[in-house]
Ligand binder design. Sequence first.
Ligand code: FPP
Length: 250
Amino acid sequence: MTLPASTPVKGGGALGDLEREGVPRHVAIIMDGNGRWATSRGMSRSEGHRAGTENVRRAIEAFAQEGVEYLTLYAFSTENWARPSEEVEALISLIHEVIGPESENLHDMGVRIRHIGSLGRLSDELRCAIEESVELTENNDRLTLCVAFNYGARAEILEAVRRIVREGVDAESVDEQTFAARLHTAGVPDPDLIIRTAGEMRLSNFLLWQSAYAEFYSTPVLWPDFDSVEVGKAIEAYRRRRRKFGRLDG
Ligand code: FPP
């Protein structure tokens, strides 16, 4: 038996089933290469992050046009705090600067914003800005954007374990649903496609539980250059995959 190239998506949003066929329902992206993009142009790494941030809106629109329902972007990992303080401060203040105006734009585009990760260690102002963007957009349904900010998958898994223990859940009753419901991504389907730009091929503590059967796509294109043509190439590569979910046929 031959399985379909990729899982067809049913319902939701403005596109019908026909247009969506073979389109990943959930795409997650490790946006890499901002620094290399900048240094190859004689610019500072912070300018690379600004160019990467400007590309975020274009990418969201391109994925929405393709019929993707969930997009997760790895904006800042728990490990990124270990970068030089100047770069950390530049990244955090960049995100703080754009979150307000971008939330309004995304709201107009029908995008719902979710945050995954920890709000601890962030300033009160930034925490409030993130919470406001989530509240503003909570009723939108064109595309759900999960912003992984101050996110680390191991920390997320440990937090879920602590919650299960604290709630006194019977050990024998703990199954995959019990566990997934306590992750930051509760209610979000697992990613079908994980994209990493700038040629790297590692997960870097991103969605470790959720990516069990995700297809992986790596491209040498640097994140600020990952435009709608590249989005189309990634979706096309996904369409050609045979997803087997551990079975023999395919
Ligand atoms: C990796 O490039 C990129 C990051 C650590 C940050 C990604 C963040 C953004 C694009 C900011 C905006 C996000 C949102 C959702 C508003 P790198 O610095 O590791 O590049 P390099 O490997 O070439 O040095």
